[in-house]
Ligand binder design. Sequence first.
Ligand code: ZN
Length: 59
Amino acid sequence: MSLLGRAKCLANHHEPDRHRVHQTPFGMSGHCRHCGAEIVRYGFHDWRRGSFENAEAPQ
Ligand SMILES: [Zn+2]
């Protein structure tokens, strides 16, 4: 966990842990490599805190 990473995290600009990223029906989801927060992919190199869990309808 670097200071630079934390600064980005505080600005809600996260970087995914490549080993913990997974595809969902709604897009890419994963965890931040710096702060461990649940994050979702909004665009190229644009990961923000959030989750698709609430959007997934139970089958
Ligand atoms: Zn983060």
